[in-house]
Design a protein around this ligand. Structure first.
Ligand SMILES: [Zn+2]
Ligand SMILES: [Zn+2]
Length: 241
């Protein structure tokens, strides 16, 4: 785990034959009110817990897990993390919280063929992705956590209830899989995806002042060129119909 800014820590995903999402830990460690953003792929929980401990952070200081979205590579190891941090809350956008609570895992696996493969690979039971959600997030929610203020921005298109977390004075954006470094964007062919919504979401992000881009995979970018999001949106627009 590395510190990328005051109150923002980064744990790199460990991709294998499936990707494992990055994890961010946000909040001032002295506040005892930390949040973990995404957890990663099934089986990828323990190194993240070790990595958090190595930074000298008490697991009890972690009060909540916030999901940018609930694809398997982001939520796969949730039960491992919950076991390691008893009582930790789960916050998810309403549109992905409701399926999680009812055990509808179409959005977790993204496609049926993949579901069977993953269940076999990881020995996952049919109800592996049924979770109680403590807070259902909505667009515009202001989250005052760990001595920092983050805003929830609903950016559907890669998934139904995808969100970004945005810190306006630090100009930090955590967009999940909607936009990455190198002018890449998230795929829009899985269950719950929608190309037109993804286009609108990218243009919504254009309005934000972003210096630091902390996506769900690949490189993080510490000083983003000012026109980066606009260029990315323009580049992809012809494909997002
Ligand atoms: Zn995703
Ligand atoms: Zn992902």
């Amino acid at each position: 785990m590395t510190k990328v800014n005051e109150g923002v820590f980064f744990i790199q995903g460990q991709d294998e034959f499936l990707p494992d999402s990055h994890v961010y830990v946000i909040g001032d460690p002295a506040s005892n009110d930390l949040s973990v953003i995404d957890v990663g792929l099934t089986g990828k929980g323990s190194y993240k817990i070790q990595s958090i401990k190595k930074m000298g952070i008490e697991l009890g200081a972690i009060k909540r897990i916030i999901m940018t979205h609930t694809h398997l590579d982001h939520i796969g190891c949730l039960s491992e993390i919950q076991k390691a941090i008893p009582g930790v809350e789960l916050w998810v956008h309403r549109l992905e919280a409701e399926p999680l609570e009812s055990g509808d895992d179409r959005g977790v696996y993204g496609m049926n063929e993949f579901k069977g493969m993953c269940q076999m690979q990881y020995g996952l039971k049919a109800d592996a992705f049924k979770f109680k959600v403590d807070r259902k997030l909505e667009d515009g929610d202001k989250l005052d956590m760990g001595g920092m203020n983050w805003e929830v921005i609903h950016i559907p298109g890669h998934s139904m209830g995808g969100i970004a977390l945005y810190h306006s004075s630090l100009k930090i954006l955590i967009p999940g899989d909607v936009i990455y470094a190198d002018y890449a964007i998230g795929r829009f062919d899985l269950y719950g995806a929608d190309a037109d919504q993804l286009k609108k979401s990218l243009y919504r992000l254009v309005e934000l002042d972003v210096d630091m881009l902390l996506p769900g995979h690949n490189q993080i970018v510490k000083s983003l060129p000012p026109d980066y999001v606009m260029k990315t949106a323009k580049m992809w627009e012809p494909y997002l119909v």
